[in-house]
Design a binder for this molecule. Sequence first.
Ligand code: CMP
Length: 154
Amino acid sequence: MPTELELLLIKPDGVRRGLIGEVLRRVEMKGLRIVALKMLKLKRDCAEALYDIHRGKSFYQGLIDFMTSGPVVAVLVEGDGAVEVVRNLIGPTDGRRAPPGTIRGDYSISILENVVHAADSRERAIYEARVVFDPQCEDSSESWTSVLERTSRP
Ligand code: CMP
C-alpha cells in the first residue's frame, strides 16, 4: 500500500489555547511525518469550500464564523494509513463524548470548538489540502507582515 496523505487543521480555538505544539507532538510521536505546515486566517469563501459538504446544515453558519474567527494551522501529514491514524488520534467530533487519550477527548468539551479537523478520506484530504494551501485562501489582514507592523509600532 503506498503511503497516504492526510490534511489536519488546528482550529482557531486550538491556536488561541496554545495547543499547536501539543497537537503536532502527538502527530509526530505517533510516527507520522509532517510534510507541509502553514498558519493562516481563512478567507470566508475558503472556509465554505472546506466545509462544502455541511452547507445547509443548522450549524453551518456558526461553523464558518468560528473557522474564520482567528488563525488556523494547516498540517499535511504523510504515513501508512494516515487518514485512519489521524482520525483515531483526534477522536470523535463531540469533545464531550470523545474518549480520553484522543486530542478532542483531552482538550474539548464542545461539538463546535473541538480543537482540530481532519479529512475523512484520501480524496477529501487532497481536496482540502488544495483549498487551505492555496495562497488565495489566506486572509492577508492576519499575515505575518501585519503582525510585524502591529508589534513594531511605537
Ligand atoms: P469537523 O470535524 O471540523 O467537521 C465539521 C465540523 O462542524 C465539526 O468538526 C464541528 O466543528 C462542527 N459541527 C459538527 N456537528 C455540529 C453540531 N451539531 N453543532 C455544532 N457544530 C457542529
